[in-house]
Ligand binder design. Structure first.
Ligand code: G6P
Length: 372
């Protein structure tokens, strides 16, 4: 087993370090020489895809957070409304899905029963179904009209890491492809985004080389009973994913919130010493979201929170209000989740290790939940 872990102590750590490949391999072969997206493997006619007037993502757990990240990007690039539905909620909610709907399921294993049942239900309703999946020949791709494989390689640790990055990547490729196909206002930019996506693996690599401080922070926090995570826009699902990782791996109560929601409730939770991770949008994020999140950090700090801030290199605005700053390489706003989630995964891994817990097989959880 030691050899299978490639020199790492746990599968999870190995899989975190595999992430540059997970993203890179998922991008492979999806553009032609001119840089246009090609998705021959999709086996759904262009005509059918042009007809789509809404997209529903169905997934569970970490895969659902990948869907929530993708929603922001796909809506921006295609102007098609995207809804994200937890697969187990979808089926029994009388979903508005028909022949013009595209239902995208996201599943690492391809065997999650809730997701499978949602896909079957969507097909009964006449929807086109695409499976974003990491496991060749698994059930969900077989039950779908088309499949877009993520090439993260086998994921062994129960808590999903590299599959998550690969899922976001695959959904982005799909969104860019749809945008190119439908020729909207954004279509010309699709190639530029693809080019930037290709630069992400090297940035993840660079980031992985700077995680020493995160490990130290985790070690100091082994006795912590509650951790909050804030994010905004694509950083919001990342905040929830950071909280999920901590629940799964370290059995610590953790919640992710949309930073803008803070004043509508969660700020009441802030008391002296409360650790709060803040995923800060890059300074070039539209609508001054960067400034707004920086002022959220200021507000919680004034109430005694211990702020651990994930910010882009060169972002000095956060410094006065941060107890800790974790730097991520620069990239454009929609691609930031592929970087900002990495320190959160590392934090959960090292906190779990510091508590002496089983990182790869947390209690009560299964890698793939094949019952409803
Ligand atoms: C389980 C795992 C999670 C995973 C979820 C969805 O609950 O513990 O880590 O995110 O299933 O799995 P899937 O294979 O469908 O992506």
């Amino acid at each position: 087993a030691a050899a299978e872990k490639g020199g790492y102590d746990t599968f999870m750590e190995k899989e975190i370090f595999d992430q540059p490949h997970a993203v890179g391999d998922t991008l492979l072969g999806r553009t032609d020489e001119a840089g246009h997206l090609v998705l021959d493997e999709l086996r759904i006619s262009e005509e059918q895809l042009k007809n789509v007037d809404r997209i529903t993502v169905v997934a569970c757990g970490t895969a659902a957070y990948a869907g929530m990240v993708a929603k922001y990007a796909i809506e921006h690039w295609t102007r098609i409304p995207v809804e994200v539905s937890l697969a187990h909620e979808f089926r029994y909610s009388d979903p508005i899905v028909n022949e013009r709907s595209l239902v995208v399921s996201i599943s690492q294993s391809g065997e999650t029963m809730d997701t499978l049942m949602a896909v079957k239900h969507a097909r009964e309703l006449g929807a086109l179904t695409i499976s974003v999946c990491n496991t060749h020949g698994s059930t969900i791709p077989r039950e779908s009209d088309a499949v877009l494989y993520t090439h993260a390689g086998p994921e062994i640790a129960v808590a999903s890491t590299k599959a998550f990055l690969a899922q976001i990547t695959a959904c982005y490729v799909l969104g860019l492809y749809l945008s190119q196909l439908r020729g909207g206002t954004f279509a010309d930019d699709a190639q530029a985004v693809m080019k930037e996506l290709h630069e992400v693996p090297a940035k993840i690599e660079e980031l992985l080389g700077t995680m020493g401080r995160v490990q130290e922070i985790a070690r100091f926090m082994a006795d912590t009973r509650s951790v909050l995570f804030l994010g905004r826009n694509v950083g919001f699902p990342i905040a929830m994913e950071g909280a999920l990782k901590l629940k799964e791996l370290a059995y610590i109560h953790a919640e992710g919130f949309a930073a803008g929601e803070l004043k509508h409730g969660p700020i009441a939770l802030i008391e002296p010493g409360q650790p709060v991770f803040v995923v800060v949008p890059g300074p070039d994020t539209p609508h001054e979201l960067h400034k707004k999140v920086v002022s959220n950090i200021q507000e919680i700090r004034a109430r005694g929170a211990r702020t651990i801030v994930i910010a882009q290199e060169g972002d000095e605005d956060v410094v006065p209000f941060a107890d800790e700053v974790i730097r991520v390489p620069r990239t454009s706003p929609l691609l930031q989740p592929l970087l900002t989630v990495v320190p959160l995964q590392m934090f959960a891994l090292h906190l779990s290790t510091a508590k002496g817990l089983d990182v790869d097989q947390p209690r009560n959880l299964a890698k793939s939940v094949t019952v409803e």
